[in-house]
Design a binder for this molecule. Structure first.
Ligand code: MSP
Length: 532
């Protein structure tokens, strides 16, 4: 099975900020999850480089638009690398391959009869690159997103006949209830469609910075259609001499935020239908990261710099914090004190301590060799649903039923994987964290340090069972955390002598492997920032 996930392509006329990093990390978690399930994955991100804001910014800075985008695109590429995203390609809409394919698709749409010439008059927001309907305006004809006064524009241009797709879009939503997630966003998109669809401009006559219409090169394509097509065009030229379209199209997930819902859930599927192409399988619409009450955005000037956060806490901590603190799909506030609190209490204390004390006890009490499970390899427990996803290797051992049968751990991989298949990033993490906390309680309950002091044979067996069960539990939660915490889990899996990566082996292992102790995975914040 193939799996294709995308992020929005980011406007290149600004600095990358945590909002951009957020969508990138979300898509990366999904990509890493599917890869570790053994799927054939393609993950795309990139930059949106045409349109009025770019040419205006270039003019202000006394350079050509091409110079501006060439200077800024690497900043986004760098952000993507710094958050540890494993994208398979980075598209820029100024790529030749993109421009050629955009022209091919638009020609097909015109041949299919969905393009005509006309006059447009309306309220235009240059920052949204979008015309607003009267009912979308803020007080005094302002843009509700950017809070700026809008200009009334009248122009001769080419139109895309969006209205012709009303019924087919409604049918699509009916046939595929999971097309847009979460459900409340699906309802919003459907309500927009049911209001009645008006045709939209396909081109802008006064601009030069864009993809020329093949049949009217004095006009450039409306930047939104140019941008949306990136998801499709990239597959045609991302690998030299190879066309990946048949392998990966339609996309499995487009990850976006609510600001660009209309473009992705209404315009985009209609545009694809007009070109006889399959619409994507699903669009996940996440919320905004807020600073206090406000959306974090460059134009509002309240941007949290992801690079600073990564320097202080590391990319793993940022990835963890964003999806733990803010329910994926909803808006939520983030803050530096919030980072610090979660880092200390959950990464350093809950997970970091579980890892270090487990490794330390196996080292100290069993010479660094994980004991065999009670009953040993020879007698695997029947129907071991304990820690296994149920679809993977047969169980080698079961461990202490107090842990194996605990609802926090029984069937955990299957539950987490099912949630990640649905892009429920926060719920999946909640499940894992409940298990991490259960494992810590298990240490307190079994008190291995007391068992280790006892001379009784029964206590030695209990200690074996506790250490085996704990190590096995830690191995499973670590494997499950790989998409969220790629760097620290890699170190920990090494220390646990766990060989499986893709596919990850959630079926329970026997004992006998030699572990290594590790320095703290999440050092205290003071130690990590001597300069503060
Ligand atoms: N270029 C268009 C997208 C074209 S996609 C075919 C664009 N670019 S953007 O640079 O403004 O990025 C918007 C996206 O960045 C949002 O949809 C979201 O994915 C992400 N975010 C920007 N600010 C954000 C927050 N404050 N919070 C969460 N995500 C944010 O629109």
């Amino acid at each position: 099975m193939s799996f294709y996930v995308t992020t929005p392509i980011y406007y290149v006329n600004g600095e990358p900020h945590l909002g951009h990093a957020y969508s990138t990390m979300a898509a990366d978690i999904l990509a890493r999850h599917q890869r570790r399930m053994g799927e054939d994955v393609f993950f795309l991100t990139g930059t949106d480089e045409h349109g009025e804001p770019v040419s205006q910014a270039a003019e202000r800075q006394g350079m050509t638009p091409q110079q501006l985008v060439d200077r800024n695109a690497p900043r986004f590429r760098d952000m993507v690398a710094r958050v540890d995203a494993t994208n398979d390609f980075f598209i820029r809409t100024t790529d030749r391959g993109h421009i050629e394919r955009v022209q091919e698709v638009i020609t097909r749409i015109r041949e299919n009869g969905y393009v005509y010439e006309g006059t447009y008059e309306g309220w235009y927001c240059p920052r949204c690159a979008d015309f607003k309907f009267e009912n979308e305006l803020g007080p005094g004809n302002t843009c509700p997103v950017h809070e700026i006064e809008l200009v009334r524009e009248k122009e001769e241009n080419w139109f895309f006949q969006l209205s012709a797709f009303q019924e087919r879009l409604e049918e699509l939503y009916e046939r595929r209830p999971g097309f847009v997630k979460p459900d409340f966003r699906r309802n919003e998109a459907l309500a927009f469609i049911r209001q009645g669809l008006r045709d939209v401009s396909l081109s802008r006559p006064k601009l030069e910075w864009g993809v020329p219409l093949p049949w009217a090169p004095d006009q450039v394509m409306y930047v939104w259609f140019d941008a949306l097509l990136n998801y499709y065009t990239a597959l045609g030229y991302a690998r030299e001499g190879e066309d990946l379209t048949a392998r990966y199209w339609p996309a499995t997930w487009h990850i976006i935020a609510k600001d660009i819902l209309k473009f992705h859930t209404v315009y985009w599927p209609a545009f694809l239908m007009a070109a006889d192409l399959e619409p994507p399988q699903s669009v996940y619409v996440h919320g905004y990261l807020l600073m206090g009450e406000k959306k974090m955005s460059k134009s509002l000037g309240n941007v949290l710099d992801p690079f600073e956060v990564i320097d202080r806490f590391g990319a793993d901590a940022l990835r963890f914090y964003c999806f733990r603190e803010v329910r994926f799909g909803q808006d939520g506030s983030i803050s530096t004190p919030g980072f610090e609190a979660r880092y200390e209490s959950e990464l350093a204390n809950d997970f970091g301590n579980l890892a270090s004390r487990t490794l330390a006890m196996v080292d100290r009490y069993r010479n660094a060799v994980v004991p065999d499970p009670p009953g040993g390899d020879a007698a695997p427990a029947a129907g071991d649903a304990a820690l296994s996803a149920g679809t993977v290797a047969p169980a080698a051992g079961r461990g202490d039923p107090a842990l194996a049968d605990d609802p926090a751990l029984a069937g955990l991989p299957a539950r987490v994987c099912a949630l990640l298949d649905e892009a429920e990033l926060t719920e999946a993490l909640d499940e894992i964290w409940t298990a991490v906390r259960r494992l810590n309680r298990y240490v307190e309950e079994t008190r291995p340090w007391e068992l280790a002091k006892s001379e009784e044979a029964a206590d030695a067996e209990r200690l074996d069972s506790a250490l085996y069960s704990l190590t096995e539990g830690l191995r499973v939660v670590t494997l499950l955390l790989v998409p969220y915490l790629p760097q620290s889990t890699e170190r920990l899996l090494g220390a646990l002598a766990e060989p499986s990566r893709a596919p990850a082996d959630f079926g329970s292992r026997g004992g006998g492997q030699r572990i290594e102790r590790l320095p703290p995975l999440f050092p205290k914040i003071e130690a990590a920032t001597p300069a503060d």
